[in-house]
Structure formats: C-alpha cells, structure tokens
Design a protein around this ligand. Structure first.
Ligand SMILES: [Zn+2]
Length: 106
C-alpha cells in the first residue's frame, strides 16, 4: 500500500514507516457531516467575521466545511476592501462635489 501522506510504498500497518503518518486517521476523523458547503461560503462572503470564526471553530474537526467558510470570508473580505476603495475614490469626491455645488446654490 502507499502512504496517504508522503505517497511512498510500504508493507502495511496503521503508521507509515517513512514519515510516521497515520493511515487510518483520514477515514476516522472525517465526519459524516463534513463536506464543502456553498451555503456557508455565501454566509462567509456576506459576514466575513462570522466566516472567519466558523473557519477557526471547524478547522480541526470539519476541514472541508471550514474551508468553504474561510474561502467565502476571504472573498467577502477582499470584495469589501475593493468596495471601500471604490467608494473612497468615486463616491466621496462625488458627494463633496455635490455638497459643494449645493453650497454654491445657497
Ligand atoms: Zn508516509
């Protein structure tokens, strides 16, 4: 059989003689309810802070679901930064211009 961690071949057993990785843990630690989740990715996208917290909570026991949360949170976070930059570059000067025009009218 081949090691799930390093990929080297060995005669068998619960631990790899090359790297010491457990060969049964991959099946035992994976929970039935651990799967990539689009719903949690969307949740993380809209609430990056909640996504980050869920990622940290699930990272060990539910790595696949945690990854979905983390990915969503990261994208949401980046999009949030882009939007704030755009609003600073476009909307704020626009409002200032509008308020300046409004001030001239008065
Ligand atoms: Zn190995």
């Amino acid at each position: 059989m081949t090691c799930k961690n390093c990929g080297k071949e060995f005669e068998g057993g619960t631990f790899c003689p090359h790297c010491g990785a457990s060969q049964v843990s991959a099946n035992n630690t994976t929970r039935a309810d651990d799967a990539p989740s689009t719903g949690y990715a969307v949740l993380g996208f809209f609430f990056p802070l909640i996504g980050l917290i869920l990622y940290l909570v699930w990272k060990a026991e539910r790595p696949l679901r945690a990854k979905s949360c983390g990915k969503g949170a990261l994208i949401g976070f980046i999009v949030g930064i882009i939007f704030s930059v755009i609003s600073n570059l476009l909307i704020v000067p626009m409002i200032m211009q509008m308020s300046g025009m409004y001030g001239m009218l008065l």
